[in-house]
Design a protein around this ligand. Structure first.
Ligand code: ADP
Length: 473
């Protein structure tokens, strides 16, 4: 049992001032695996004060000192590898190999990348007639979701530390234990008192408290659009800067000359990875009408290589994170059937033999019209919609017919067509074929997918203010 009832404030583990707790459930077994305290506004005030007190000295540390701190964090993070993998598998239900290759690695890459980006970062720029200085924005409040317990926390914390900004973190209640390990790492490597503070709690108390706190200068949030909207409204009362990384309904355009097997495998991979609980996942696959039958067969074949099951047994698709998420996904599958899309794989209910755990059947809908609810709303589960197109212009238009713009994907061979598709998609990140991830590249959304960018030097910029000095001697 993991009972983490303390918050981490001003360099110490301290009791909560309230008595409310919340159980954390393993979604694969539906068993309680631990508890956290639900913090109070008083806990939050203490954490904000600690961060505020740490600000004058932390913001004045040298770049070299912060590079060293980030490198030490990355090293200690590596030392905790097994613990991180086990914890994420337990609280999120992600298969061990996904916990290792994606969750563990992303956290590691963000800390290492922030150190690298910081080495080359200029905090002072001379221009004709004026000097520009980039200074820490102040105290940052970080609110993170449950689907990537080390990725979203680490990218925000690493960038804030690189910029010299002390933080208060509120992780998601469903998956709070990975953040406890991060806290232990910061404590071990000697992150100065007050620079990192962890307050566990609900969105309505601590999340809301962060976005409205008069002594927090910047809020970085990743999560749902509905919550992002509340945060932005709250933050407006104290003219707080906000960065939001919200939902997506990203398109994957398959070009006529694409290798069908490879593209189908990539499409299926999007709904399999993390059980489709990925904001940047491609969930609308656009294929040439002439490729329909062949592509559908290839998708079905590829899906059979992603069995659903116990995340500790090396299966490729684990459960969804919670009963609530399971219900949501079920209702979207029902909606797709009701809307008249053709279901070529999956369906409602649990996969055979998996009665315990929030397992759902990976589902593929074809003959989807882009105006259908299943093509427009973010489902956040293993559900793919497949649409057909006749011309590339039409594919790009359909790809952009969405309120979102987080990511886009293009598969094919002809460089001119690939370029046309990649530059036509209105989204913050477009990936061509199976290009490797690059942690120095900016990540964030167009349209209702968010505001701001994370990762690498763009991530650091978020935690800085620009000061102009005229006549700097
Ligand atoms: P989900 O519905 O999938 O849990 P949310 O966007 O609600 O997604 O959750 C993401 C994070 O936002 C979590 O840490 C959650 O506690 C927090 N949160 C929820 N409601 C609020 C709120 N009103 N203000 C600030 N944060 C919130």
């Amino acid at each position: 049992m993991r009972n983490y009832l303390k918050h981490y404030i001003n360099g110490e583990w301290v009791d909560s001032t309230g008595s409310e707790t919340e159980e954390v459930i393993n979604p694969a077994t539906e068993e309680v695996i631990g508890k956290i305290s639900l913090g109070t506004k008083e806990d939050l005030d203490k954490a904000v004060k600690a961060a505020r007190d740490a600000f004058p000295s932390f913001s004045q540390t040298t770049k070299e000192e912060r590079v060293e701190m980030l490198e030490n964090i990355a090293k200690e993070y590596e030392n905790r590898k097994e613990d991180i993998i086990e914890t994420i598998t337990d609280e999120l239900g992600s298969p061990l190999e996904i916990s290792e290759n994606i969750h563990f690695m992303m956290g590691y890459n963000h800390f290492s990348q922030a150190a690298e980006s910081l080495k080359n970062f200029s905090f002072i720029e001379e221009h004709d007639g004026h000097t520009r200085m980039k200074e820490s924005i102040g105290v940052s409040g970080l609110i993170t979701p449950w689907n990537f317990p080390t990725n979203q926390t680490s990218t925000k914390i690493a960038s804030a530390f690189a910029a010299g900004s002390p933080v208060v973190l509120k992780p998601a209640e469903l998956t709070p234990f990975a953040a406890v390990i991060l806290t232990e790492i910061f404590d071990k490597v000697g992150v100065p008192k007050g620079v990192f503070n962890l307050v566990n709690g609900s969105g309505s108390v601590i999340g809301d408290g962060i976005s409205s706190h008069p002594d927090i200068d910047f809020v970085s949030f990743t999560g749902s659009g509905a919550t992002g909207e509340k945060i932005m409204k709250n933050a407006s009362e104290t003219i707080k800067k906000v960065a939001l990384e919200l939902g997506g309904k990203s398109p994957l355009i398959v070009l006529e000359d694409a290798n069908v097997e490879e593209a189908a495998k990539a499409a299926v991979g999007h709904i399999a990875t993390n059980s489709g609980q990925v904001c940047s996942a491609a969930t609308r696959t656009l294929i040439p009408a002439s490729m329909k039958e062949e592509f559908e067969e290839a998708m079905k074949k590829s899906l059979s290589e992603f069995p659903v099951g116990d995340p500790r047994q090396g299966n490729h698709i684990g459960p969804l994170v919670s009963k609530k998420q399971w219900d949501t996904v079920q209702s979207y599958i029902e909606k797709g059937i009701e809307e008249g899309a053709t279901m070529i794989a999956g369906g409602t209910g649990k996969p055979e033999g998996l009665d315990k755990g929030y397992y759902t059947k990976p589902t593929i809908f074809t003959d989807v019209d882009n105006q259908m609810v299943i093509a427009q709303e973010e489902i956040f589960g293993p559900v793919m919609t497949v649409l057909t197109y006749d011309t590339l212009e039409e594919a790009i238009e359909t790809a952009n017919e969405t309120i979102y713009g987080l990511a886009g994907y293009v598969y094919g061979k002809d460089p001119a067509m690939l370029r046309k598709a990649a530059s036509g998609i209105r989204a913050g990140r477009v990936k061509v074929n199976d290009t490797e991830a690059d942690f120095s590249s900016p990540f964030g959304g167009f349209k209702q997918s968010g505001i701001g960018r994370e990762w690498g030097d763009y991530g650091i910029e978020e935690y800085l203010e620009v000061k102009t000095i005229l006549g700097y001697p």
